[in-house]
Design a protein around this ligand. Structure first.
Ligand code: PEP
Ligand code: MG
Length: 762
């Protein structure tokens, strides 16, 4: 058996991520293993503790018809021995072994080797992975370790297969009576999967927010009760009409034109023929949402094709009404100022960072989005608010209904709707375990992030809100590497005044307890829009009127912020950072603005830090080749890995569809960051690496190898990162970086780093 172990683990992981369901993953996994190692039989058996037996769950080589049928007691057979011992069992010539047991029709008697390794997940035995070969040397003792490794990789998948089945059939009797009063677990209780975007888990009841659902999110799901579906539809129509009336009655100054539209909407909602069409579809077994979608889209088409401009424009109204009814069907309240009375998980197609800020409240425990990107500002904001979030959960809007009880696992990306008590208990236990781990890490708070060979790394915190400063201290940040000032701007009705800003920054600086704070001038546009700025309609807002470009166009507002930061600098160590710098002209302009504002403060004898340091974010690739020239103008550099990757790889950081291409281990990303670090080191300019990659351990390893000594991240990541840095050597990081710089693709780099760092990154 000669195969590179890294590749197989990679392939398996990829398979798990690409499969639609755990059963499919298991099937593919056994195929990969059988194929790569040239073994004749590879099977997965699952252990059922309630009846103490093992069931064949996936196989290559044994009779596939026996999947789900071969069952064996633990005290019989060699696989049982694996479970009994909780350790690998390797036997040559198994037929001669006293525990060998022949299962009619399995065809196992011809195999000359047997290797079984237990599948263990969270210290529980879930089953066994078994390999058998016809040749006596087909498997050797030295292979045991590799198989154990594979088993640990697939254990989670097996766990989820079991959990899913538990819900469907085999839950033990005691659980069937335990139902939550508000949920109906006899309904299907789905397991959904998205992209993990957090390091936490949340529990709570599903709630939709308005204006987030559209028909492209709606798919057919099987229904069992037609009458119930029709009732749901009727109710949704009624509530939609009531909402429109409510808006009409409670909004002052409605124009005649608006009133006409409202009337038209109401008329449409009471149109019997429309409703009849939908009901007919439901009686053909379509779910209400899907039936509505079909009919509304038909109407839309019909109106669009009418050769009368007035009528054809009404197609937009039809869609509006349809969306409103849809919102009511899935249970969105239509009310944006909701107060959550209990632990709540927001479910939405997408949500802007502004909306997230607007609805945040103590009872908002988690977020599940059908769309979204890992480095979107919504995710960044959710992390800073310490709200667990899972993004890219396709199908969530079809499956989750209001008041479903959800577990949102931001670590694995799994979302459970109405999980069984076992799953709940398992997660509660994990919460407890995590708390203990965090407690242990607390001991690191006052220790430096120093590699084993004595290299010190400064760990900064990225913050956005005043409350983040507390987190930065709590998690032991050395400084504030990035303060995103736009967040306080987002919620207001107008730009905050100079005094308001001074008082905010002053409070920030005072709370920092002497740590330096890098204040970044507001970075709006892209995915962060201020309600009080009139934005042009842009096809590509991230390539458009964003960040420093917008600031320099709104020069008064920009100057106000510069003055506010300068005045606040009297109260603590402050640096000013300018985002999205693309050219030296921009640098010259911001420097002259700062000088002029300094001068005017001098004249008014206002106190500020005269030696305040100015820096730029390098996050547009255009800055990299001219960085040597840019550095003459500035004191320091922050790398924004999120945008640098987005612009370098031409991958929208928020677009789920291309999320697989947003790969930080892309050789060009590594080479580009390496180039920035070396130029800064050559010119002896301070450099801090920010962005989400700065909390990813394999990246940190490379950054340290490049010679970076300052990284900044979400506060909660600091303890784990510190622990990691204290376990690695600078020299190893340098060697690894050099090796990676020669490699051809992200996959190879990822596999290499994984092998190199082993359990330091799990
Ligand atoms: C970045 O782009 O990596 C960054 C740190 O800034 P932001 O995420 O706010 O764009
Ligand atoms: Mg950025």
């Amino acid at each position: 058996m000669h195969h590179n172990q890294n590749h197989i683990l990679e392939d398996i992981l990829e398979t798990i991520t690409a499969s639609d369901n755990p059963d499919q993953s298991l099937d593919r996994i056994v195929r990969i293993i059988a194929d790569r190692f040239n073994i004749d039989v590879c099977s997965v058996y699952v252990y059922n503790p309630y009846v103490n037996n093992l069931v064949l769950k996936a196989t290559v080589g044994l009779n596939e018809a026996s999947i789900g049928i071969i069952e064996m007691d633990i005290d019989e057979g060699l696989t049982g021995l694996v479970i009994e011992n909780m350790a690998p069992v390797f036997i040559v010539n198994p037929v001669t072994h006293e525990r060998f047991k022949y299962y009619e029709g399995s065809g196992e008697e011809v195999y000359k080797t047997f290797l079984g390794v237990p599948l263990i997940y969270h210290k529980k035995v879930l089953g066994a992975l078994v390999a058998q070969t016809l040749a006596e040397e087909g498997i050797q003792k030295t292979d045991i370790h590799l198989f154990q490794n594979i088993a640990s990789q697939i254990a989670a998948t097996v766990a989820f297969t079991i959990l899913q089945e538990d819900r469907l059939q085999t839950s033990p009797p005691k659980t069937q009576s335990v139902t939550d009063e508000t949920t109906d677990i006899t309904d299907k209780s789905p397991l959904l999967r998205g992209e993990p975007a957090s390091d936490r888990v949340a529990f709570g009841y599903a709630q939709y927010i308005f204006e987030t659902i559209d028909f492209d999110q709606v798919h057919q799901i099987a229904i069992t009760d037609i009458t119930k579906e029709i009732k749901r539809l009727e109710k949704a129509f009624k509530s939609a009409a009531a909402q429109i009336k409510h808006v009409a009655e409670h909004t002052r100054g409605i124009s005649d034109q608006e009133r006409a539209i409202i009337e038209a909407h109401l008329m449409f909602l009471s149109d019997q023929s429309l409703r009849k069409k939908i009901v007919t579809k439901i009686s053909h077994n379509l779910c209400a949402e899907y039936a509505l979608k079909q009919v509304i889209l038909e109407y839309e088409e019909m109106f669009k094709s009418i050769d009368d401009p007035y009528l054809s424009e009404r197609s937009a109204d039809i869609l509006d009404i349809g969306r409103r009814v849809l919102g009511n069907l899935v249970g969105m309240s239509g009310d944006s100022d909701q107060a959550f009375t209990r632990d709540t998980i927001i479910v939405a197609s997408d949500i802007s960072p502004v909306d997230l800020l607007a609805i945040r409240q103590p009872n908002l425990k988690g977020i599940v989005l059908a769309k979204g990107g890992r480095t979107s500002h919504t995710v960044i904001m959710a992390k800073s608010l310490e709200i667990p979030i899972v993004i890219g959960v396709e199908g969530v809007l079809d499956t989750v209904r209001v008041n479903d009880y959800l577990i949102v696992d931001g670590v694995s990306g799994f979302v459970y709707a109405n999980p069984t008590p076992e799953i709940r208990q398992e997660y509660e236990r994990r919460q407890e375990e995590n708390k203990q781990t965090l407690k242990k890490l607390e001991g690191l708070r006052n220790k430096p992030a120093e590699t084993t060979d004595g290299k010190f790394i400064r760990l900064g915190a990225n913050i956005g809100l005043l409350s983040d400063m507390m987190l930065a201290r709590q998690y032991g940040a050395d400084d504030i590497g990035l303060y995103r000032t736009e967040f306080p701007f987002l919620l207001r009705k107008a730009f905050p005044s100079e005094n308001e800003q001074v008082s905010l920054y002053e409070r920030m600086l005072k709370k920092s307890n002497g740590r330096s704070v890098t204040i970044r001038t507001f970075d709006v546009g892209g995915d962060k829009f201020l309600s009080y700025v009139d934005y042009p309609k842009e096809d590509n807002p991230f390539l458009g009127w964003r960040s420093i470009r917008l600031s320099l166009d709104l020069e008064d507002v920009f100057r106000t912020q510069i003055r506010a930061i300068l005045r606040a600098s009297a109260f603590g160590k402050t640096k000013i950072l300018f985002p999205m710098i693309t050219s030296i002209e921009e640098i010259r302009r911001v420097i002259s603005i700062v000088s002029e504002e300094k001068e005017s403060l001098n004249q008014q004898s206002v106190d500020y830090d005269r030696d305040i340091k100015l820096g730029i974010m390098v996050e547009v690739p255009a800055a990299v080749p001219i960085l040597d020239r840019m550095l003459k103008y500035v004191d320091f550099v922050n790398i924004g890995t999120n945008d640098l990757m987005q612009y370098l790889l031409a991958v929208d950081r928020n677009n789920k569809k291309v999320a697989v291409h947003f790969n930080v281990l892309h050789p060009s990303v590594i080479a580009t960051i390496d180039q920035i670090v070396s130029v800064c080191n050559r010119f002896e300019k301070q450099l801090c690496i920010c962005g989400e990659a700065a909390s990813v351990k394999v990246c940190i390893f490379l950054f340290i190898g490049m010679g970076a000594t300052h990284i900044s991240m979400v506060p909660s990541a600091i303890p784990g990162v510190k622990q990691f840095i204290r376990a690695i050597a600078h020299q190893d990081a340098k060697d690894a970086l050099n090796a990676c710089l020669q490699m051809e693709d992200a996959k190879e780099i990822g596999a290499y780093l994984k092998e190199k760092l082993g359990n330091l990154i799990t």
